[in-house]
Design a binder for this molecule. Structure first.
Ligand code: DSN
Length: 426
């Protein structure tokens, strides 16, 4: 079996022969990933096993419906992988129900809103963290379907502590009586008090939804609180801290299973991506292994070390630190914008992104901050000593962005780190 499958799954030679232009770009991307220090908090390195499952003939199969009740014949093998993914997701996070079909986090969130909210009824409100304070586009941003079609009320972080103020969330909930309260983030470094959110949701009889996309891998490894016991619905992407294929999963209490499944298919999606679902099963299996817990704790430990190092280099860390895989860094003390910092770091082989900080005086395209994350370095095995080195590199180039010698030195230091901790060693 192995040989025949190898001929068709991820057959690199076949691709190089039939489409050298695409093959070249893919090879270039691999080289970029090998030579660049990945500090983008939402990115990671999927394992060769995850990549192989995706590049398989399960790509070819139509399978509308769910395991055991499909609209096409020939689904017996995709039923195996989809069932494995569902059962593993339920076991890993202690969930009563899992839908593993959402193509992406945005589709997962859209399905949840579709299951519980009527876009024609503006009185059905949702309370969510606003994008400039760390929320996500799909948490009610006015440029996104969520903000255009549904009635979102935004909560912000507290101006002094830069953390979520649960009294303020409760006040807004009592004022607006939302149908749903949403917790979750893309750029919030701290632990979320899921129990407190649950209490507020119960007080106003709202559903409690958590978008756990960023931190779900930490939950899998026990390094961040699990929202599942407290929430009615939890959505997450599979490619960030969880280190799987690009895609998403929805977990819910069993009483909402039918509504969620109907909202994913046929309401929001057609045929599920069974090759990606097979890869989701693989990544969930990987996340159940003891090494994954070590990785998850290393992510948090290194994020704290990196934040501390950057503070030591004269930058201001938003909220004073981190409990997760990311830190948000205010560049105002050194008079640089996020856009400038992103470009300067890119020049020396460090990939990170500009990011708005809470109450940012600059527009999002410029921004006063950067977001740094350690899932990538932790996957490669980097630990606290390497974070001190990385903070030093970033501090040096950001303090002297015009200094060619500093940049040359930084490039060499990044190269040497990537040589010591290779991505996809050949
Ligand atoms: N774009 C992702 C991030 O970088 O956080 C969220 O979807």
């Amino acid at each position: 079996m192995g040989g025949a499958v190898r001929d068709y799954a991820a057959d690199w030679d076949a691709l190089s022969r039939s489409d050298p232009e695409v093959a070249r770009a893919i090879a270039d991307e691999l080289n970029r990933e090998r030579s660049t220090l990945r500090l983008i908090a939402s990115e990671n390195y999927a394992s060769p096993a995850v990549l192989a499952a995706q590049a398989s003939t399960m790509n070819n199969k139509y399978a509308e419906g769910y395991p055991g009740r499909r609209y096409y014949g020939g689904c017996e093998f995709v039923d195996v992988t989809e069932t494995l993914a569902v059962e593993r997701a339920k076991e890993l996070f202690g969930a009563e129900h899992a839908n593993v079909q959402p193509h992406a986090g945005a589709q997962a969130n859209m399905a949840v809103y579709g299951a519980f909210l009527d876009p024609k009824d503006p009185s059905q409100k949702v309370l969510g963290l606003v994008l400039p304070h760390g929320g996500h586009l799909t948490h009610g941003s006015p440029v996104n379907f969520s903000g255009k079609w549904f009635s979102f009320i935004g909560y912000e972080v507290d101006k002094d502590s830069e953390t979520i103020d649960m009294d303020r969330v409760r006040d807004l909930a009592l004022q607006h009586r939302p149908r749903m309260i949403l917790a979750g983030f893309t750029a919030y470094p701290r632990v979320i008090d899921f129990e407190a959110f649950r209490r507020v949701a119960d007080e106003v009889e709202a559903l409690f939804m958590v978008d756990a996309s960023h931190f779900i891998g930490l939950v899998a490894g026990g390094a961040y609180p699990n929202p599942v016991p407290h929430a009615d619905v939890v959505t997450f992407t599979t490619h960030k801290t969880l280190r799987g294929p690009r895609g998403a999963v929805i977990l819910s209490r069993s009483e909402y299973a039918k509504a969620i499944d109907k909202a994913v298919f046929p309401m929001m999606q057609g045929g599920p991506l069974e090759h990606v679902i097979a890869a989701k099963a693989v990544c969930l299996h990987e996340a159940m292994q003891p090494e994954f817990a070590e990785y998850a704790w290393r992510v948090v430990r290194t994020a704290r070390a990196l934040a501390g190092g950057l503070a030591g280099a004269g930058l201001r860390v938003v909220s004073g630190g981190t409990d997760s895989h990311l830190a948000l860094v205010d560049l105002q003390p050194i008079g640089m914008t996020g856009a400038e910092a992103e470009a300067t770091c890119e020049e020396v082989g460090v990939a990170l992104n500009k990011n708005a900080i809470p109450f940012d005086p600059l527009p999002p395209a410029t921004a006063s901050g950067i977001r740094v994350g350690t899932p990538g370095p932790a996957t490669l095995g980097m630990d606290e000593p390497e974070m001190a080195e990385i903070a030093g590199i970033i501090g040096d180039v950001l303090r002297r962005p015009e200094d060619g010698a500093v940049k040359e030195d930084a490039r060499g230091r990044v190269r040497s780190l990537m040589d010591r901790f290779p991505a996809y060693p050949g």
